[in-house]
Each structure stands twice: as C-alpha cells, then as structure tokens.
Write a protein that binds this ligand. Structure first.
Ligand SMILES: [Zn+2]
Length: 185
C-alpha cells in the first residue's frame, strides 16, 4: 500500500525511479527497517518509499525524510516512526537469534553481545525513569545512570524489566544495551 505523500504523487515514473536510486545509495543498499539488502533489479516492484518521521507527527514530505524499505517490512512495521520500527526490528532479531527453545528469549546480555560488548558482570537496577548500573570485577566503581524512554518503546522496555531483576552477565559496554533500548539513531 502506497503511503500518502503529495511529493511522491507528483513524481513522474522516471523521477520516482531516480529517487529510489538516490535513497538506495544513501542507505548503502539496505532496507531502512530490517537493514537487510534491497536488490534493486529484483525488488524494484516490491519496495516502498516511506517517511522516516510520519507527516502526522510533523515529519516533512520531502526527500530528506524519505527512505526505502521492503514492502513487507513496511507492512508489518511496529511503529509508524521508522526510527523506532528499526530499533524494534533489531531487538526482534536479537530475540530470534537468542531463542534456544526455552521460550526465554533475549536478555540484556544478548543485546550487548549483538552490539559487540565483552563479558563483564554488571549489576543493574531499573527504576521508574532510569537505569542505574555499575560494573564489578573491574577498576570501575562508578555508578552510571541513564534515563529510560517509557512511552514510545514500551514493548522493549517491558521485556527489559522482566529480565533485569538479578545481576546479569553483561558486556563491558552497558551503554550499548541501554542505548539500544533508549535511543534510535
Ligand atoms: Zn526490509
């Protein structure tokens, strides 16, 4: 289903084609949501141009707010804000890869592993609006605290809540995991 865009509806077929090519280059040939390759020859007819920030949320109807996605990814996106959809997709992928048949899914350790951290014991406490953590077994005694974004990524946060009640074997870069929960680049 095509998105509602005045700018796109005004394009001639060859202009649309050129726009797709430019976006494809800008995105380094991958889908904005799933970050897997888009084959322009094979998938030209099954991809979408969409707004990163929805127009309804004051996103601009112009090229720098457009991205290319697989049609299927766009259809099942879990947020109309594609930056959020992409983070949730990353988390789903980590969860799938972590699935060992126990139904436990991913914990923060899996998230950190996916972000290239090394293993360090980390104690963490998730509060109402922030996460506090300190690494043990290192010279680091500092307690770090980062805010949690609550409403926009509730699905991810709930999962983190559920699994973060005990000290976890986590990687050396806790900000990577919190970043995965807390921000969407
Ligand atoms: Zn995709």
């Amino acid at each position: 289903m095509a998105i509602h865009s005045l700018a796109l509806s005004r394009l001639k077929p060859e202009q649309r084609h050129e726009l797709e090519d430019r976006l494809w280059e800008r995105q380094k040939h991958v889908c904005f949501i799933c970050e897997r390759p888009i084959d322009l020859e094979l998938q030209r007819k099954v991809m979408e141009i969409d707004h990163i920030i929805p127009v309804a949320a004051d996103g601009k109807d112009e090229e720098n707010n457009f991205v290319l996605t697989h049609e299927a990814c766009n259809r099942r996106k879990s947020s109309s804000d594609l930056r959020v959809a992409r983070v949730l997709e990353r988390f789903n992928r980590i969860e799938q890869e972590a699935d060992d048949g126990t139904g436990q899914g991913a914990n923060l350790g899996h998230v950190l592993k996916a972000y290239g951290g090394a293993t360090k014991p980390l104690r963490m406490l998730i509060g109402k609006n922030s996460v506090r953590f300190s690494a043990s077994g290192t010279d680091e005694t500092e307690i770090s605290e980062v805010p949690l974004c609550r409403e926009r990524q509730q699905g991810v946060q709930q999962r983190v809540h559920r699994r973060a009640s005990t000290p976890l074997e986590l990687a050396a870069a806790p900000t990577a995991a919190v970043g995965a929960v807390n921000s969407w680049p």
